[in-house]
Design a protein around this ligand. Sequence first.
Ligand SMILES: [Zn+2]
Length: 67
Amino acid sequence: MASEPKKRHSKAQKRTRRASIHLAAISLVNCKNCGEKTISHQACRSCGFYGGQKSADIKPQVKITRA
Ligand SMILES: [Zn+2]
């Protein structure tokens, strides 16, 4: 047998609970190698450095333009 909730949650209880459901802002830090703004705990997107050493090869981005 399925268990049933003992009491109904009020609208205010439901809304208070759901008011805290949201995405957190991404924390940006300055790259120690090039100074560019980058996402923390990830390799820099412009130079590929992480933790003082090169960890990713960054290819120069090609801009796609419509003919
Ligand atoms: Zn960098």
